[in-house]
Design a protein around this ligand. Structure first.
Ligand code: ATP
Length: 219
Protein backbone atom coordinates (compact mmCIF):
# COMPACT_ATOMS: atom_id res chain seq x y z
CA UNK A 1 0.00 0.00 0.00
CA UNK A 2 2.93 2.35 0.81
CA UNK A 3 6.28 1.66 -0.82
CA UNK A 4 9.59 3.48 -0.70
CA UNK A 5 12.22 2.25 -3.11
CA UNK A 6 15.73 3.66 -2.67
CA UNK A 7 14.30 7.07 -1.74
CA UNK A 8 16.53 10.03 -1.00
CA UNK A 9 15.55 13.60 -0.24
CA UNK A 10 17.91 16.49 -0.40
CA UNK A 11 16.59 19.93 0.58
CA UNK A 12 19.89 21.69 -0.14
CA UNK A 13 23.44 20.67 -0.98
CA UNK A 14 24.22 20.25 2.71
CA UNK A 15 20.80 19.01 3.90
CA UNK A 16 19.97 15.42 3.15
CA UNK A 17 16.80 14.41 5.00
CA UNK A 18 16.48 10.81 3.69
CA UNK A 19 19.14 8.47 2.36
CA UNK A 20 18.29 5.46 0.20
CA UNK A 21 15.21 4.45 2.17
CA UNK A 22 13.46 1.26 1.08
CA UNK A 23 10.40 -0.01 2.94
CA UNK A 24 6.94 -1.46 2.48
CA UNK A 25 3.90 -0.85 4.66
CA UNK A 26 1.00 -3.18 4.03
CA UNK A 27 -2.68 -2.47 4.25
CA UNK A 28 -3.95 -2.62 7.83
CA UNK A 29 -0.55 -2.31 9.48
CA UNK A 30 0.22 -0.04 12.44
CA UNK A 31 3.79 1.19 12.18
CA UNK A 32 5.70 3.54 14.44
CA UNK A 33 8.34 5.76 12.93
CA UNK A 34 10.98 6.49 15.55
CA UNK A 35 14.19 8.47 15.58
CA UNK A 36 15.76 11.60 17.02
CA UNK A 37 14.80 15.13 16.02
CA UNK A 38 15.97 15.88 12.50
CA UNK A 39 16.20 12.20 11.51
CA UNK A 40 13.81 12.68 8.59
CA UNK A 41 10.53 11.41 10.06
CA UNK A 42 8.43 14.39 8.99
CA UNK A 43 9.99 14.31 5.54
CA UNK A 44 9.07 10.64 5.11
CA UNK A 45 5.46 11.27 6.17
CA UNK A 46 5.16 14.36 3.96
CA UNK A 47 6.23 12.34 0.94
CA UNK A 48 3.34 9.92 1.41
CA UNK A 49 0.97 12.91 1.32
CA UNK A 50 2.81 14.43 -1.70
CA UNK A 51 3.79 17.45 0.39
CA UNK A 52 7.41 16.71 -0.59
CA UNK A 53 8.76 14.80 -3.60
CA UNK A 54 11.72 12.45 -3.60
CA UNK A 55 14.99 13.79 -5.02
CA UNK A 56 15.67 10.24 -6.22
CA UNK A 57 14.02 6.87 -5.86
CA UNK A 58 10.32 6.06 -5.97
CA UNK A 59 7.42 6.43 -3.53
CA UNK A 60 4.12 4.75 -4.35
CA UNK A 61 0.91 5.05 -2.35
CA UNK A 62 -1.96 2.82 -3.42
CA UNK A 63 -0.16 2.35 -6.72
CA UNK A 64 0.25 6.10 -7.31
CA UNK A 65 3.80 7.22 -8.08
CA UNK A 66 4.20 10.33 -5.90
CA UNK A 67 7.13 11.65 -7.93
CA UNK A 68 4.99 11.71 -11.07
CA UNK A 69 1.76 12.89 -9.50
CA UNK A 70 0.42 16.09 -11.09
CA UNK A 71 -0.97 18.76 -8.78
CA UNK A 72 -4.51 17.99 -10.00
CA UNK A 73 -4.10 14.45 -8.63
CA UNK A 74 -3.06 15.53 -5.14
CA UNK A 75 -6.60 16.03 -3.76
CA UNK A 76 -7.54 12.52 -4.94
CA UNK A 77 -4.53 11.06 -3.15
CA UNK A 78 -5.27 13.02 0.04
CA UNK A 79 -8.89 11.91 0.08
CA UNK A 80 -7.58 8.52 1.19
CA UNK A 81 -5.32 10.01 3.84
CA UNK A 82 -6.07 11.23 7.34
CA UNK A 83 -3.36 13.74 8.21
CA UNK A 84 -2.45 14.68 11.75
CA UNK A 85 0.37 17.17 11.29
CA UNK A 86 1.64 19.91 13.59
CA UNK A 87 0.99 22.63 11.05
CA UNK A 88 -2.68 21.70 10.69
CA UNK A 89 -3.91 23.42 13.80
CA UNK A 90 -7.56 23.72 14.74
CA UNK A 91 -9.35 26.92 13.81
CA UNK A 92 -9.67 28.77 17.10
CA UNK A 93 -12.66 30.87 16.05
CA UNK A 94 -14.85 27.83 15.32
CA UNK A 95 -16.33 25.27 17.66
CA UNK A 96 -14.88 21.80 18.02
CA UNK A 97 -17.85 20.44 16.03
CA UNK A 98 -17.33 22.96 13.20
CA UNK A 99 -13.64 22.03 13.00
CA UNK A 100 -14.46 18.35 12.62
CA UNK A 101 -17.22 19.02 10.08
CA UNK A 102 -14.99 21.09 7.83
CA UNK A 103 -13.25 18.38 5.75
CA UNK A 104 -16.63 16.89 4.88
CA UNK A 105 -18.21 20.18 3.83
CA UNK A 106 -15.26 20.64 1.46
CA UNK A 107 -16.13 17.36 -0.25
CA UNK A 108 -19.75 18.47 -0.70
CA UNK A 109 -21.47 16.39 1.98
CA UNK A 110 -24.67 17.98 3.32
CA UNK A 111 -24.46 19.82 6.65
CA UNK A 112 -26.77 17.28 8.29
CA UNK A 113 -24.66 14.33 7.17
CA UNK A 114 -21.45 16.12 8.08
CA UNK A 115 -22.74 16.92 11.54
CA UNK A 116 -23.86 13.35 12.14
CA UNK A 117 -20.47 11.95 11.12
CA UNK A 118 -18.58 14.63 13.05
CA UNK A 119 -20.50 13.78 16.21
CA UNK A 120 -19.79 10.08 15.71
CA UNK A 121 -16.07 10.82 15.25
CA UNK A 122 -15.99 13.00 18.39
CA UNK A 123 -17.71 10.20 20.26
CA UNK A 124 -14.98 7.76 19.16
CA UNK A 125 -12.26 9.99 20.60
CA UNK A 126 -14.29 10.56 23.79
CA UNK A 127 -15.09 14.24 23.19
CA UNK A 128 -18.71 14.34 22.13
CA UNK A 129 -19.58 16.29 25.27
CA UNK A 130 -17.19 19.08 24.14
CA UNK A 131 -18.67 19.47 20.65
CA UNK A 132 -19.80 23.05 21.24
CA UNK A 133 -16.64 24.18 23.03
CA UNK A 134 -14.03 26.46 21.48
CA UNK A 135 -10.72 24.62 20.87
CA UNK A 136 -8.77 26.92 23.20
CA UNK A 137 -10.99 25.83 26.09
CA UNK A 138 -9.63 22.28 25.69
CA UNK A 139 -6.39 20.82 27.01
CA UNK A 140 -3.55 20.09 24.56
CA UNK A 141 -4.39 16.39 24.61
CA UNK A 142 -8.07 17.06 23.97
CA UNK A 143 -7.20 19.36 21.08
CA UNK A 144 -5.05 16.62 19.60
CA UNK A 145 -7.98 14.17 19.89
CA UNK A 146 -10.13 16.70 18.01
CA UNK A 147 -7.44 16.70 15.30
CA UNK A 148 -7.72 12.92 15.14
CA UNK A 149 -11.50 13.12 14.81
CA UNK A 150 -11.08 15.67 12.01
CA UNK A 151 -8.54 13.43 10.28
CA UNK A 152 -10.78 10.38 10.25
CA UNK A 153 -14.18 11.81 9.30
CA UNK A 154 -13.66 11.23 5.61
CA UNK A 155 -12.92 7.56 6.40
CA UNK A 156 -9.34 7.50 5.12
CA UNK A 157 -7.54 4.25 4.33
CA UNK A 158 -4.33 5.57 5.83
CA UNK A 159 -3.67 7.78 8.87
CA UNK A 160 -0.38 9.68 8.99
CA UNK A 161 0.36 11.22 12.38
CA UNK A 162 3.47 13.34 12.87
CA UNK A 163 4.46 13.44 16.55
CA UNK A 164 0.81 13.43 17.67
CA UNK A 165 1.82 13.31 21.33
CA UNK A 166 4.48 16.03 21.30
CA UNK A 167 4.15 18.23 24.40
CA UNK A 168 1.60 15.95 26.05
CA UNK A 169 1.83 14.23 29.41
CA UNK A 170 1.92 10.45 29.61
CA UNK A 171 -1.82 9.96 30.23
CA UNK A 172 -2.84 12.24 27.37
CA UNK A 173 -0.30 10.53 25.10
CA UNK A 174 -1.73 7.14 25.97
CA UNK A 175 -5.24 8.34 25.10
CA UNK A 176 -3.99 9.52 21.70
CA UNK A 177 -2.31 6.18 21.00
CA UNK A 178 -5.41 4.30 22.18
CA UNK A 179 -7.56 6.30 19.74
CA UNK A 180 -5.17 5.62 16.86
CA UNK A 181 -4.97 1.91 17.73
CA UNK A 182 -8.77 1.73 17.74
CA UNK A 183 -8.88 3.04 14.16
CA UNK A 184 -6.19 0.58 13.18
CA UNK A 185 -8.29 -2.26 14.63
CA UNK A 186 -11.06 -1.47 12.18
CA UNK A 187 -8.65 -1.71 9.27
CA UNK A 188 -7.06 1.73 8.88
CA UNK A 189 -3.36 1.63 8.08
CA UNK A 190 -1.52 3.87 10.59
CA UNK A 191 1.93 5.39 10.43
CA UNK A 192 2.80 7.36 13.56
CA UNK A 193 6.05 9.21 14.15
CA UNK A 194 7.40 9.76 17.63
CA UNK A 195 10.69 10.53 19.31
CA UNK A 196 9.28 9.24 22.59
CA UNK A 197 9.96 5.53 22.45
CA UNK A 198 8.53 4.90 25.93
CA UNK A 199 5.04 5.00 24.47
CA UNK A 200 5.59 2.26 21.89
CA UNK A 201 3.78 -0.96 22.64
CA UNK A 202 5.82 -4.10 22.69
CA UNK A 203 5.39 -6.20 19.60
CA UNK A 204 4.60 -3.20 17.43
CA UNK A 205 6.46 -2.69 14.19
CA UNK A 206 8.95 0.13 14.61
CA UNK A 207 10.80 1.76 11.74
CA UNK A 208 13.79 3.70 13.00
CA UNK A 209 15.49 6.53 11.17
CA UNK A 210 18.87 7.96 12.12
CA UNK A 211 20.23 10.86 10.06
CA UNK A 212 17.91 9.95 7.21
CA UNK A 213 18.92 6.31 7.16
CA UNK A 214 16.64 3.40 7.94
CA UNK A 215 17.99 1.15 10.69
CA UNK A 216 17.48 -2.59 10.49
CA UNK A 217 14.12 -3.56 11.99
CA UNK A 218 14.12 -5.88 14.98
CA UNK A 219 12.70 -9.26 13.98
N1 ATP B 1 11.52 22.37 4.02
C1 ATP B 1 12.77 22.13 4.37
N2 ATP B 1 13.80 22.85 3.83
C2 ATP B 1 15.06 22.59 4.18
N3 ATP B 1 15.45 21.65 5.04
C3 ATP B 1 14.49 20.93 5.64
C4 ATP B 1 13.10 21.12 5.32
N4 ATP B 1 12.38 20.24 6.05
C5 ATP B 1 13.26 19.53 6.76
N5 ATP B 1 14.52 19.92 6.53
C6 ATP B 1 15.75 19.34 7.12
O1 ATP B 1 15.76 17.95 6.82
C7 ATP B 1 16.22 17.20 7.95
C8 ATP B 1 15.12 16.21 8.39
O2 ATP B 1 14.01 16.96 8.91
P1 ATP B 1 12.63 16.28 9.35
O3 ATP B 1 11.75 17.40 9.76
O4 ATP B 1 12.19 15.37 8.30
O5 ATP B 1 13.10 15.43 10.61
P2 ATP B 1 12.24 14.86 11.83
O6 ATP B 1 12.83 13.54 12.16
O7 ATP B 1 10.81 14.93 11.50
O8 ATP B 1 12.58 15.89 12.97
P3 ATP B 1 11.62 16.46 14.12
O9 ATP B 1 11.35 15.31 15.04
O10 ATP B 1 12.47 17.53 14.75
O11 ATP B 1 10.41 17.00 13.42
C9 ATP B 1 16.58 18.22 9.01
O12 ATP B 1 17.98 18.47 8.88
C10 ATP B 1 15.79 19.44 8.63
O13 ATP B 1 16.42 20.62 9.06
Amino acid sequence: MIEFHDVSKQYAADTTALRAVTLTINKGELVYLAGPSGAGKSTLLKMIAAMERPTSGKVTVNGTDIGKLKSAGVPFLRRNLGLIFQQQRLLTDRTVLANVMMPMLVTGLSRAQAEERARAALDKVGLLARANAQPMALSGGEQQRVSIARAIVNRPQIILADEPTANLDRDSANQIFDALRAFNKVGVTCLISTHDEHVLDSGARVIRLVQGQLQAEAA
